[in-house]
Design a protein. Structure first.
Length: 297
C-alpha cells in the first residue's frame, strides 16, 4: 500500500496471477485538516486516520486472498449483507486489542519493575527498568510473530514497499532489478514510531510519580495520548535531520527495528509493490490534472 496527497492505493496478487488495485481517496474534512496543523494533536489524528484507512486496505486484500476474480461478486454480496456486523466486529476487535496491548505493554512492565524496587529503588531507575522491559516485550513479540508464514509474507511486502520508495527517491527506474538492489529500511516508516513511544515514554514518565503502583498505572494510562503525540513529533524531527551527519543517528533505532518488521521480498512481491506505486502516481496525477470534461470552471 502506498499513500499520496489525495489518495492511497493497494495492489494485490490474485490467484490467477493478475494484479488488482484498491483505492481509498482522502476526504476533505476541514476540521480534521485544522487538527493536523496542531503539534502533538496531529500525531493522534494521524494514527486514527491511518488505522481506519489501513483496515479498509487489509479487508480488501484478505477478502480476495485465494478468491478467483470471476468470483468477486460473492465477496461483494457478503460485504453488503454483513456491513453492520463487520463494523461492529472491527470496533470490538479494536477495543479488545487496545485493552490487551495496554495490559501487556503498560501494566505488566510497570508491575515487573515494581517487583524489583528493592533492587532498583530510585524513581529514575524504576522508569529505566520499565522502559527496558517494554523494549524486550516489544522486540520479542515482533520477532515471534515474524516467524509465522502469514506475518513473514506481510513483512516481505513491507520490505518491498521501502525498496520501491528508496528506488524512486534515488532517481532510478522502477525495475525489479533496481528495486531489489535498494535497502529495505526507510526513515519514515511507522515501525520507528512504535519504538519511539517506548523511548519517549521513559522521559515523560519521569515527570509523574512511580509509587504507589496503582498511581503509577493510572498515570501511564492517562499519558497514552501525550506519549503518542510527542512520539509523532520526535519522528517528524528525525525525518527532518536525517541528512545531517551527526543528528541522523537519532533515526537509527527505528531503522534497527525495521530489521525485524521488514523482510527481503521475492521478485513477484516487488512487482506488486512497483505496480501499486505506479498506480498511485497515475491516480495522483489525475487528481492534480483532471480531464478537461471533469474540471470545474
Amino acid at each position: 500500500m502506498f499513500g499520496g496527497r489525495h489518495t492511497s492505493v493497494t495492489a494485490i496478487r490474485r490467484i490467477d496471477d493478475s494484479i488488482d488495485f484498491y483505492e481509498v481517496p482522502k476526504k476533505n474534512r476541514p476540521a480534521l485538516q485544522r487538527l493536523k496543523k496542531i503539534p502533538f494533536i496531529r500525531g493522534i489524528v494521524a494514527i486514527v486516520e491511518a488505522s481506519g484507512n489501513g483496515t479498509k486496505h487489509l479487508n480488501f486484500s484478505s477478502d480476495r486472498y485465494e478468491v478467483h476474480p470471476d468470483d468477486d461478486h460473492t465477496i461483494e454480496t457478503a460485504e453488503q449483507s454483513s456491513k453492520i456486523t463487520m463494523i461492529l466486529g472491527v470496533a470490538a476487535i479494536g477495543i479488545i486489542s487496545f485493552l490487551f496491548s495496554t495490559l501487556i505493554f503498560t501494566a505488566v512492565p510497570a508491575a515487573i519493575a515494581e517487583f524489583f524496587r528493592p533492587i532498583f529503588p530510585g524513581h529514575v531507575a524504576q522508569n529505566l527498568l520499565e522502559g527496558i522491559i517494554k523494549l524486550i516485550f516489544l522486540l520479542t513479540y515482533i520477532y515471534l510473530i515474524s516467524m509465522t508464514p502469514l506475518i513473514k509474507r506481510v513483512f516481505q511486502y513491507h520490505g518491498a514497499e521501502h525498496k520501491v520508495i528508496n528506488t524512486f527517491e534515488n532517481g532510478k527506474e522502477l525495475t525489479v532489478e533496481n528495486v531489489q538492489a535498494q535497502s529495505r529500511l526507510h526513515f519514515r516508516c511507522g515501525s520507528s514510531y512504535i519504538l519511539l513511544t517506548v523511548i519517549v515514554g521513559v522521559f515523560l514518565y519521569l515527570a509523574v510519580p512511580s509509587d504507589p503502583l496503582w498511581e503509577r498505572l493510572l498515570y501511564r494510562i492517562l499519558l497514552i495520548p501525550v506519549v503518542l503525540g510527542a512520539s509523532y513529533e520526535v519522528l517528524q524531527l528525525t525525518n527532518k535531520v536525517r541528512e545531517i551527519p551527526f543528528l541522523k543517528w537519532l533515526g537509527y533505532p527505528g531503522l534497527w527495528l525495521q530489521l525485524l518488521t521488514t523482510k527481503e521480498p521475492k521478485n513477484d512481491q516487488v512487482e506488486v509493490a512497483i505496480a501499486s506505486f505506479n498506480e498511485l502516481k497515475k491516480r495522483e496525477d489525475e487528481f492534480e490534472n483532471p480531464p478537461a470534461e471533469d474540471r470545474i470552471v
